[in-house]
Structures are given as structure tokens and as C-alpha cells.
Design a protein around this ligand. Structure first.
Ligand SMILES: *[C@@H]1O[C@H](CO)[C@@H](O)[C@H](O)[C@H]1NC(C)=O
Ligand SMILES: *[C@@H]1O[C@H](CO)[C@@H](O)[C@H](O)[C@H]1NC(C)=O
Ligand SMILES: *[C@@H]1O[C@H](CO)[C@@H](O)[C@H](O)[C@H]1NC(C)=O
Length: 574
């Protein structure tokens, strides 16, 4: 059963006895709609006819401040004499979904698009535009006519980091002008913490819910429990977010074809979900990419069932209406309203005697907060004694305990060592201190215990450098490490069109790092000439226009695993 507050229950009754979304519960299901990921996307309304999803996130407004909307086959009409989409069918369905107790929000950004703010004033002005075009304001052209959305989601995966806090602050001041209605601001960061694009915005803007993408990355659901890092996000919610009741969702691919990596089946997801629910009070529920995939695979039904089995709600304070920075004092005013809530221990007070993960978790939270008062923990020194499967950081070097002695190696230039979930991780600083000294507990890990291949472990944690590829259309190419087992690797290749879609016939080539072979690709045809690998699209499969292509290549390596150099990539669309 879902619990909801009396205010929302009253609203739901007015709307006709349907269960209404309650942001404070840990049994919510949010799913993205609009990109036709499974190629069988139905109308929005058809998904709202049953109780499966609670929040529909419309994807995407993938261009701003010059607005570009894209909802694939769900809306293909524009205002006369304009390229702006005009979507009366989605508009009618938004109202229908809302009458069913669901919340409909619009996602800004996405993996492919042309967006970003050049200044706070531009961002703040765009908040006015957003209010006028999609909420209670007025505008000559409103893509969803008189339908009023319930909020905004920021899925920022490119285009710079500036302006978003000003945007949120101004949009919230518009929301405050309509106190009879609850509006929401969400974000969809990728799982590596902190998020490359939203990291600082997440700390300075008031968010209601955060849909962490636990896929396409080393920290995804498929890496549970070793690398899966919900703990980092729970810690962020409780210690860094200005909304201390912000809800963190487990973002999952809706089917094996919805993401390059990270898909897990319903029963595995249920196991992880229940473990997270029993431990972390910041949990808000589950998010999937996207509705078409999750409904087709059947995962959506399993998710509804696991959410509805148990579950609880806890109080949340209202956001500060005028300032996003003075609000922390308000957040604790509401106390738990649930008698069934699991009393999960605060993350940093977890019993330090149990496992490696716990002790290193404590290390993580202290090292991720630049606190000048903390004296550096002991630095692992090459050749000194260590025990078990300890790992550690010494500034720009990572350290692994191998046969009782520390073995240190430098991180890739530009990155520094941090402890994350018990693992020494080389990552960009993103404002964190660059001189971290830390040593994990001594238990060994269940996977990747072969410490003779020391470089496996570091490289697997490197955040890839995005880079432009030379091409006939502007495109970004990114390489991300996938699974590494013994001498076999999986590398995820992400191609993201900057502005215009690329057509069915495309190819990408890039140089393999020394010692690597490329054997299979999950998309297109792979050929290798010396160290150059080329993947060409399959004409029979790639008949449509694409804004992005994600796929994986597999092969073997000797010595150190490394990501391909994105600067060597060439992309062509014909
Ligand atoms: C997109 O392409 C334009 C034109 O080539 C370029 O100026 C801009 O920086 C690109 N944006 C991103 C996010 O790569
Ligand atoms: C590989 O190339 C052949 C010949 O061009 C083509 O018929 C086939 O569809 C391609 N297969 C894939 C998986 O791309
Ligand atoms: C392989 O690469 C070499 C240059 O590195 C080039 O001369 C040759 O034509 C390529 N072979 C094929 C089949 O593309």
C-alpha cells in the first residue's frame, strides 16, 4: 500500500479516487517518456491508464535557451512558421495523467543536444520563459497549450555547468507564486560522484528528487555490491544537499537494450532495492529509462510490485521560496510520519567493525569534504607493510596491497586518488582536495582479487575524458570502461550528436591502446587494421536517424588496461 499525506489524499479524492504521488515516500516509480527507445512507444495517455508509474519525465527539451523539443513519434507537429514543436496530443495526455494522480515533469538536457547557459542572468531569464511556456505563465506559443506541468528535471550531460542554480532559484520563485500547487525539481546525474556537470548545482540548488543513472558506468547496478555507490549519494543527500529530505532514486535501464551496461533483471533489482531500502532513508524509489523499454520487457510491472511491498514515507520541509541558500534551517521541521520506517543508521555512524565497505565508507565521507581540520590519515608508501586487500590513496597515486606490501602507481595525469566505496579511485578533482591520504580496511574483494593485474583496478575507475571527434557533423565521443575480468575488457563507446542527428550510415574509427585487441562489437560491424578499429553501422539495422549511439566493444589486453584516446576518433555520417 502506498501512504500519502492528507493534503495529497484530498487532492486525489477530488481527482477521482486515485493514488497520488507523494514525494516523501520510498515507493515511487519515475520513468522517462518521449524518446521511443524501444521503437514501440505508445501515447503518453496509454501508459497513464494504470497505476504502474507515479512520475512521467518527458524527454527531452534538448536545446536551450533556444528551445528545441524532441519527443520522437509522440509529437511531430510544429507551430506554423516555426520549428518549435506544438504537441496538442501530449497536452491532453498530460492532463489525463495528472487526473490519474501522476506527476508529469519536463526533462531538460539529455545525452545529445545543444544546450547550456552562458551566465546566471541568461539562466534566470530562461526560468521566466519556462514558467511562461510550460507552467502558469502566458506565452504566444505554448508547446503543451494550457496544460501545466508539475516540474522540471535536469539531465545535464554536456554543454557546461553554469547558470543552473540561478535557473532553479528563479523557477522556484515562480512556483512560490502558486502556493496551492506542489511543483518539483529533479535531476538525473550519472552515478560517478560527484557528477561532472551537475556536481556543484546539486549542492546549491533545492532539489526534490534525484534520479541517479546507475548504468553505463563502473558504479552501475551490474557492479553491485562492489562498485555500486548508492552510499555516496545517500551521504550527499544527508550532508551536502541543502534539502536534507531530498529523495534519491535508483535509476535502472528498462531492458537490456536500454543502456550499454547496467541492466539487471527484476529479481536481482528487487534484491538490491530491498537492501538499499533497509539501509538508506534518502531512498525515494526507482527510475527507469525509459517507459517503452520497461513496459516491453516487463520490468515495469516487477518494479511496481517491489515498490508496493513494504515502503514508508518520511516528512519533508517545503523549499525556501525566495532563496535556495538560506533554507537549511527549514528542512528538519517535519518529522517522520511513518511507523514502519526502517531506522537506518546514518551513513557515517555505521558500525565500523563489520566490513571493508564500512570502514572505507567513513574514509570516503571525510576525504570528500574539504575539511582543513582533519589530519591526513597515514599515506600508503610503496614497499611498506600492508595487509589483505587494502587499497589506499597518496595524493596523485593510488596504492594496492599486494602480498603484504604496498604497490603504488600514479593516476592518469589530471586525476587524483580518492576512496570510493572501499576502492581507490582515480578521478578528476571537481573541487575536492588533491592531496588525499587514505587506507581502506583489510578485507579483500569478491571480484578482481587478482592483484597482480594492479592496473585493472585503477583504470576501471577512471572517469573518461569527453572529446570532440573530427566529423562531418559535430559529435562528441566518450569511452567508458565496462567490465574487466582477467585479461578481457569491455569498453563502452558513446557517440553523441551535438546538434543534428546522424543518419543510418555512419562509422567511427579510433586507435586501440597498446596491447589491446578488439574482438566483438554490440552494434554494427567491427574491423581492425593494425591498431585502428573501425565500427560501421549496419545498413539493415540503422535505418533511422540517431542522436546518439551507445555500444560496447570487447577484446583482450596485456599489461595495463587503458581507455582509447578520444582524440584519435574519427566519426563520419553519410
Ligand atoms: C556544438 O557544436 C557547435 C558548432 O560546431 C560548437 O560551437 C559547440 O561548442 C558544440 N557544443 C558542444 C556541447 O559540444
Ligand atoms: C556487416 O556487414 C555486412 C556486409 O556489409 C552486412 O550485410 C551486415 O548486415 C553487417 N552486420 C552488422 C551486424 O552490422
Ligand atoms: C590499413 O592501414 C594502413 C595504414 O596504417 C593503410 O595503408 C591500409 O590501406 C589499411 N588497410 C585497409 C584494408 O584499410
Amino acid at each position: 500500500m502506498k501512504l500519502f499525506s492528507t493534503a495529497l489524499a484530498a487532492l486525489a479524492t477530488l481527482a477521482g479516487c486515485v493514488t497520488a504521488f507523494n514525494v516523501n515516500c520510498n515507493s515511487n516509480y519515475a520513468s522517462y517518456y518521449g524518446q521511443n527507445s524501444a521503437r514501440n512507444q505508445k501515447t503518453l495517455g496509454s501508459y497513464c491508464a494504470d497505476a504502474t508509474e507515479d512520475v512521467i519525465v518527458l524527454a527531452f527539451m534538448n536545446g536551450f535557451p533556444n528551445i528545441i523539443l524532441n519527443f520522437a513519434n509522440a509529437c511531430e507537429t510544429t507551430f506554423e512558421g516555426s520549428s518549435l514543436l506544438h504537441c496538442p496530443n501530449i497536452a491532453a495526455d498530460i492532463k489525463y495523467c495528472q487526473s490519474q494522480g501522476k506527476v508529469v515533469i519536463l526533462s531538460m538536457g539529455g545525452a545529445a543536444g545543444s544546450y547550456g547557459f552562458s551566465s546566471d542572468s541568461q539562466a534566470s531569464q530562461f526560468a521566466d520563459t519556462t514558467w511562461n511556456m510550460f507552467f502558469k505563465g502566458t506565452a504566444a506559443q505554448r508547446p503543451f497549450d494550457d496544460a501545466v506541468l508539475d516540474g522540471i528535471d535536469l539531465d545535464i550531460e554536456g554543454g557546461g555547468t553554469s547558470g543552473y542554480t540561478a535557473f532553479i532559484s528563479q523557477l522556484r520563485s515562480h512556483f512560490a507564486s502558486d502556493p496551492g500547487r506542489q511543483y518539483y525539481i529533479a535531476a538525473a546525474p550519472q552515478c560517478p560522484f560527484p557528477d561532472a556537470y551537475l556536481g556543484s548545482t546539486l549542492n546549491s540548488g533545492w532539489f526534490d528528487m534525484v534520479y541517479v543513472q546507475f548504468y553505463n558506468n563502473y558504479c552501475g547496478l551490474n557492479a553491485y555490491p562492489t562498485w555500486f555507490n548508492f552510499a555516496d549519494w545517500d551521504n550527499w543527500a544527508k550532508t551536502q544537499s541543502i534539502n536534507k529530505n531530498v529523495k534519491v532514486y535508483i535509476g535502472a535501464p528498462g531492458s537490456p537494450s536500454a543502456a550499454s551496461s547496467g541492466y539487471i533483471d527484476g529479481s536481482t533489482l528487487s534484491t538490491i532495492f530491498n537492501a538499499v531500502r533497509s539501509k538508506y532513508t534518502s531512498l525515494g524509489g526507482i527510475m527507469t529509462w525509459d517507459v517503452s523499454q520497461a513496459r516491453t520487457s516487463g520490468l515495469a510491472g516487477s518494479i511496481r510490485a517491489m515498490l508496493d511491498s513494504g515502503g514508508s514515507c518520511s516528512g519533508g520541509g517545503p523549499p525556501s521560496s525566495t532563496s535556495t541558500t538560506s533554507s537549511s534551517s527549514k528542512t528538519t521541521s517535519a518529522t517522520s510520519t511513518s511507523s514502519t520506517a526502517t531506522t537506518a543508521p546514518a551513513y557515517s555512524t555505521a558500525n565500523p567493525s563489520s566490513t571493508t565497505a564500512v570502514s572505507s565508507t567513513t574514509t570516503t565521507s571525510s576525504s570528500s569534504q574539504p575539511s582543513s581540520s582533519s589530519t591526513p590519515a597515514s599515506c600508503p608508501v610503496s614497499g611498506a607493510t600492508c595487509s589483505g586487500g587494502q587499497q589506499g590513496c597518496n595524493g596523485q597515486s593510488f596504492a594496492l596491497c599486494n602480498q603484504g606490501k604496498w604497490y603504488t602507481s600514479p593516476c592518469t595525469p589530471g586525476t587524483y586518488c580518492y576512496m570510493s566505496g572501499g576502492v581507490a579511485t582515480c578521478d578528476w578533482s571537481n573541487g575536492r582536495p588533491t592531496n588525499t591520504c587514505a587506507i581502506s580496511g583489510s578485507s579483500s574483494f569478491s571480484r578482481r582479487t587478482d592483484l597482480t593485474k594492479t592496473s585493472l583496478i585503477t583504470a576501471a575507475n577512471l572517469r573518461p575524458k569527453p572529446a570532440s571527434a573530427i566529423a562531418n557533423i559535430p559529435t562528441r565521443v566518450e569511452f567508458v570502461v565496462g567490465d574487466i575480468v582477467d585479461d578481457k575488457y569491455t569498453t563502452v563507446v558513446k557517440i553523441q550528436a551535438n546538434k543534428s542527428a546522424f543518419t543510418g550510415n555512419w562509422l567511427i574509427s579510433f586507435k586501440l591502446p597498446t596491447g589491446q585487441t578488439a574482438e566483438t562489437t554490440s552494434r554494427g560491424n567491427l574491423s581492425v587494421n593494425g591498431s585502428t578499429v573501425t565500427i560501421s553501422s549496419d545498413r539493415s539495422v540503422e535505418s533511422l536517424q540517431n542522436m546518439a549511439a551507445f555500444f560496447k566493444i570487447t577484446g583482450t589486453f596485456t599489461g595495463h588496461y587503458a581507455l582509447p584516446d578520444a582524440a584519435s576518433a574519427v566519426f563520419l555520417s553519410t
